[in-house]
Each structure stands twice: as C-alpha cells, then as structure tokens.
Design a protein around this ligand. Structure first.
Ligand code: PLP
Length: 362
C-alpha cells in the first residue's frame, strides 16, 4: 500500500545526519529542533501557531480539552472515518453525534448538520477524508451562526487546500498526524495542533506538557504528549519534500483515472480544492471478492473503513444499523488501491488492469 523505504533511501543522507545531530545534542524532549519544525509548519500552512504532540489521536483529544469539552457535551462529526475522532470524544465523556456523509466526497454532509444540533452541542469535527477537504466554508458559516467551535481532523490531509487555504488552518483548531504512512510521515508516532488563536495556542501548549507553563506548577489539567526531537528532525527534512510528495500522489491518481476511464468510476474531486490523495478509493461491486482477486495477483488493497463508527461495539450509544444509510452503503463497496509517492507506471498499469479485468468478469 505504501513504500516508505524507497522514499527514505532517496533522502537517506539528509535524514541520517539530522537524526545524528539530535542524538549528539542529547536534547530529546522539547529541544530546539521541535520548535524549529513547528515554525516551519506555521510557515508552510500559513497559520500563527503549530504545536507538536505525540500523535494525531492526541491532537484531537488535546484540541477538545483546550476548548473545554466536558462530560455531556456533544460533538457533531462523521461516522465514516478512523476511530480516533469518536474515541477521543468518548474519552472526554462527551458524545459523538453523527451526521451522514456526502456520497461523492465521503466527507460530512453539511446539509445534515443542522438537524443534529441540540442545547448540548459544543462543536463540529469535520474530517478531510482520504486527503479531500470537507466543505469548510459552509461548515464555518454554520458554526459561527450557531456559536460552535470547529476542530478539523486533518490527519489525512496535510498539504490539501480549500479555496487556496491549507486545511487545518480554517477551523478554530486543526489536528495533524505524522503516522508513518500519512502524507508527511515520521519514523514513529507524531502529531500537531494548529491554530490562529493566541490564547488557544498557549492553552494547547500547556496541556501537552502536564498543564504547566513553568515546570512543577500545574495550572490546568494536562497530559504528557510531546513530539520528540528525533521525529521533529526527520519531519523537518521531509517537510521540504511534502509538496513533491503530494504532487507524486496526484500524478499517480491521474494515471489511475486515465486507465479507469470508461470502466470504473474514479474518485470525485470537489471544485476549488487541492485533494492530496492520501488514499485512492473506488467503489466496486463484489468488493470483498475483488480484494481476494487482487490479493491473488499480489496486489495489496485496504478497506477504509469496513465498519462505520456508529456500529462499533465500543461506541454503541443509541445508534443502530440503518441510521446513516449513505455511510453504510459506502462502507460495503469502497476499496483503496495502493497509493504512495513511489508508484511506477508499470505498477499502476498492472493494478488497474486487474481491477478492470475483475469488473469485466461480473
Ligand atoms: C491517522 C488518523 C488519525 C490518528 O492519527 P494517529 O497519529 O495515528 O494517532 C486521526 N484521524 C484520522 C482521520 C486519521 O486518518
């Protein structure tokens, strides 16, 4: 599905010397490398504050702690995403209230948000799924009109643009993941929060470090969640290549699109956005059989995500099958094909040929 090794080998000497530098400095936690990386991300995304943390999941939790989410609050989000959104809402004692998704973008359907608002609604958490921005203009207008806070889950979308703006800088807080297979991947776990609000930024920084500004003086409830210096050093090198990486994925997506023309419906891209194709996902008949067929031809594929969050055992609440029909339908027929920066024309030819071959046999 990904080839992070080849990607590493191309910039091995830069990465290795950056890592060695940190080891020799012995400043592993909260050293200058982390701040340097944060400043580079601020510049890259065009936001006032970027604050490192230990993972994308932590970023979501810390964002909600920073805006004061408390037990009983409700956060409106999508049921069709990685579990982290729901999990962190639940951890804080709040309730994930889902709005069904749009059948073309797979992102939260803005038309379905209004009916979900109650007196307990605290915020909206859109996810930019597969690297395609959610409809941020309408989400922000709606949130402002209803006094709601917006936390963007941009874990799959660093480098994506919505109306020329970087995702994760449009809402009140943005959350990024540096999980190794993400578009900007570390060599381990890592995450980041972004905001333009000075007060939120200082709160976020405190929360990541046990709720303290001054060591051993704890002002608010916090956690231990920091981006370590070695990861920051690696990310600092890789950030210089992020646009190149996103473009390589875009080119690969266009090649898939071209091969599939007339055979397979290709991913929809909303006008006015830069989709960075964290995933290249298509909808197919007999999905599970197709996955087996691809596997028997040595082609990996993944289902993101086979079980919608409202049907997960750990997060049942009062949800039931049938509550979010668009999500449930897509969970049954979506499949993600290999997508990364190192795909060759031969690989794309072979993969698309096999997909088409399976489709034609139906
Ligand atoms: C990867 C991911 C996360 C979590 O990031 P981690 O760094 O793995 O904790 C959250 N949300 C989405 C949509 C993701 O894809």
């Amino acid at each position: 599905m990904v080839d992070t090794r080849t990607q590493y080998l191309k910039i091995k000497s830069e990465i290795d010397s950056a890592v060695t530098e940190v080891i020799e400095s012995s400043q592993f936690i909260q050293g200058p490398t982390v701040r340097e990386f944060e400043a580079n991300v601020e510049k890259y995304l065009g936001c006032n504050h970027a604050i490192g943390c230990a993972s994308g999941t932590d970023a979501l939790q810390i964002a909600m702690m920073a805006i004061g989410v408390k037990p009983g609050d409700e956060i409106i989000t999508t049921p069709f995403t990685f579990v982290a959104t729901t999990e962190t809402i639940a951890l804080l004692g709040a309730k994930p209230v889902y709005a069904d998704i749009d059948s073309k973008t797979y992102n939260i359907d803005v038309n379905k948000i209004e009916e979900k608002i109650t007196s307990k609604t605290k915020g909206i958490m859109p996810v930019h799924l597969y690297g395609q921005p959610a409809e941020m203009d309408r989400i922000m207008d709606f949130a402002r009109a209803n006094n709601l806070i917006v936390i963007e889950d941009a874990a799959q979308a660093m480098g994506a643009l919505y109306g020329g703006k970087s995702v994760s800088t449009i809402g009140d807080i943005g959350c990024i993941s540096f999980y190794p297979s993400k578009n900007l991947g570390a060599f381990g776990d890592g995450g980041m929060l972004t905001t333009n609000d000075e007060e939120l930024a200082s709160k976020i920084r405190m929360i990541t470090s046990h709720g303290s500004r001054k060591r051993y003086y704890h002002e608010i409830l916090g956690v231990n969640s920091r981006l370590d210096s070695i990861q920051a050093a690696i990310l600092n090198v890789k950030l210089r290549y992020l646009d190149e990486y996103c473009d390589a994925r875009l080119v690969a997506a266009q090649k898939y699109n071209k091969r599939f023309e007339g055979y397979v419906e290709t991913p929809y891209v909303m006008p006015g956005v830069k989709h960075i194709f964290h995933q290249y996902s298509i909808r197919v008949k007999n999905r599970d059989k197709m996955q087996e067929f691809l596997k028997s031809n040595g082609i990996p594929s993944m289902i993101y995500y086979p079980v919608p969050l409202h049907l997960q055992h750990a997060y049942k609440y009062d949800y039931k099958s049938g509550d979010f029909p668009v999500t449930e339908e897509i969970a049954k027929d979506i499949i993600s094909l290999p997508m990364h920066t190192e795909l060759t024309d031969e690989q794309i030819d072979f993969i698309s040929e096999k997909v088409i071959q399976f489709n034609n046999r139906l």
